[in-house]
Design a protein around this ligand. Sequence first.
Ligand SMILES: Cc1cc2nc3c(=O)[nH]c(=O)nc-3n(C[C@H](O)[C@H](O)[C@H](O)COP(=O)(O)OP(=O)(O)OC[C@H]3O[C@@H](n4cnc5c(N)ncnc54)[C@H](O)[C@@H]3O)c2cc1C
Length: 287
Amino acid sequence: MKKHYDVIVIGVGSMGAATCSHLARRKISVLGLEQFDIPHNRGAHHGLSRMIRQSYYEHADYVPLLKRSYELWHELEDETDCKILTLNGGLYIGPADGEIVKGSLQSAREHHLPHQHMDRSAIAERFPQFSLPDHFEALFEENAGFVVPELAVGSHVELALRHGAELHGHEAVHDWTSNASGVTVTTHQGTYQADRLVITAGAWSARLLESLGIPLSVTRQVLAWTTPRQAEAFAPERFPCWFIETEPGFGHYGFPILPGQPGFKSALHKPSRIVDPDTVERDPLPE
Ligand SMILES: Cc1cc2nc3c(=O)[nH]c(=O)nc-3n(C[C@H](O)[C@H](O)[C@H](O)COP(=O)(O)OP(=O)(O)OC[C@H]3O[C@@H](n4cnc5c(N)ncnc54)[C@H](O)[C@@H]3O)c2cc1C
């Protein structure tokens, strides 16, 4: 007989693992299905650091959600005895009239978030690691830092299992259908039924959402680790998470050197060419 759940979650990455743990804690019977290992290195939860900040340049309306997320990260850390969040500060740099500095200031002021508005000489004095154009300014926020995404997934999974969730790794979902009595989900190993379905399939979502007519495109994102000559100047105690706006709304961002890592991570925040997540070239290219 097909087993019936309250909820099936397709994809146990950042969002799916959190969904499974929060549902299970509310005593909702949940099945999480993941096509690879949990966690793994092909999804959006790979790479050891994800920046977290409150003075959101994107829009001040995000701030209450971000404050709540900090509470939830701390709760997760307490419940799993695992350090996931490090608040080593965030420095958002760009032209004074650019989106990053203006937007971050707007959020900080509207929500009374602690912050420092710095001109170029103040940045140079406190963070000599940066060499910036004269017209650049920054907002520094102490209450920013990074989450370790693999630990976030692992901790949510631990909690989900503790509260009775059923999680299957290496079980890709091929198809799902719905009718008035619920949803049916098919994998190469079986068929499962539930009242509700949550699709948290990240870069693979387009295929699963095709029948709903939701168009999504996936772009290749490249990360780099750089070993500086003076590594001690890039330790989390001295070097913040940072974002430099190099064109409106886009730019480069990076992290301090994390324990056990040979250098600091940096990347470009901008969509690049459209790819298929199953066939994307994962090695560095000359471009
Ligand atoms: C390079 C990079 C840098 C980023 N930096 C930041 C940052 O600094 N700060 C920040 O806040 N956010 C950042 N993000 C965004 C953040 O990491 C993502 O929003 C988040 O990880 C997305 O989680 P997800 O669950 O949607 O995807 P994933 O974690 O990839 O999870 C999706 C899961 O679904 C599984 N799946 C897919 N299809 C199926 C199927 N058919 N059957 C079973 N399983 C399936 C996949 O294998 C995968 O494990 C970054 C993202 C990237 C890619």
